[in-house]
Write a protein that binds this ligand. Sequence first.
Ligand code: G3P
Ligand code: MG
Length: 245
Amino acid sequence: MKKIINFAHRGASAVCPENTMASFIKSLDLGATGIETDVQMTKDGQLVLIHDEAINRTTHGQGWVKDMTLEEISAQDAGSWFGDSFKGERIPTLAELLELLRERDTILNIELKNGIFMYPGMEDKVVNLVREFGMAERVVFSSFNHYSLVYCKSIAPEIRTGILYMEGLYRPWDYAASVGADALHAIHFAVLPEFVAEAAEHGKDYHPFTVNDPDRMKALIEAGVSGIITDYPDQLAKLLANRGA
Ligand code: G3P
Ligand code: MG
C-alpha cells in the first residue's frame, strides 16, 4: 500500500504554539511522519522558523523579522500567546529543527516565505544548511514564490520542490513541470480525485493543505494523494493506521 506522508502543519499547531520546538516534538509524538514549517530571514541573515513576516501575532514583541537580528528574535517569547504552559518557547532556527530530525526518517517540508519580502540569498543559505545536515533526500521545498522554486532547483536539483497555490490552476501537473517542481502543494479545495490520478501519470505528487476535517482526509487518501498537511497529525495517523498504511 502506498505510504502517505503525514505532514504536521507548523508542527502540532492545534495543541502547541505553531513553529516552536515544542510543537515539532509533540507532532512526532502524535504520529507525524513529516513536518511543515515556514522559514524567514533575519537582518543578520539567519534562518528562523515563523509563519508571519512580523513577530506581532505570535510573540509579545513587534516588528519585521527582516529588521531584527537573531539575538533579538531569540529573546522573544513565542509560546505564551498560545498558553501559559508554553511560556519561554522561542522562535527556533532552521538548524535546530534539522538537528532534531537528523537521526530520524521524518520528511521535512520547508516553506520559503519569500513572497512578500524576497530575502535575497535565502535559498542558497537554506540549501547549504540542508546539505550540511545530509538531509537533501528528506526535504521538500515549497513556496508561493515559484521563481524561487525554479532557482532552488537550479542550485539543488537533488532537493524536491512543490508549488504552493490557492487557485483552480489548469493542469497544475503541466505547470509544475514548467517550474521543474515535483509536487503540488494545493489548497485542498483545489484537489479532485481525477486530478490526483492525472498528476500521478505525469509523475507529480499531491500534498494538499491544510486538511483538518477527517472526512476530507479520508477522501484525499482515497483519491491517492502522496501526503496531507494538517494541524491534527494524530487524527490523520489514526486514519492511516486504520487503512494499514
Ligand atoms: O505549506 C502549506 C501551508 O503552510 C501554506 O500556507 O500560510 O499556512 O504557510 P501557510
Ligand atoms: Mg506554511
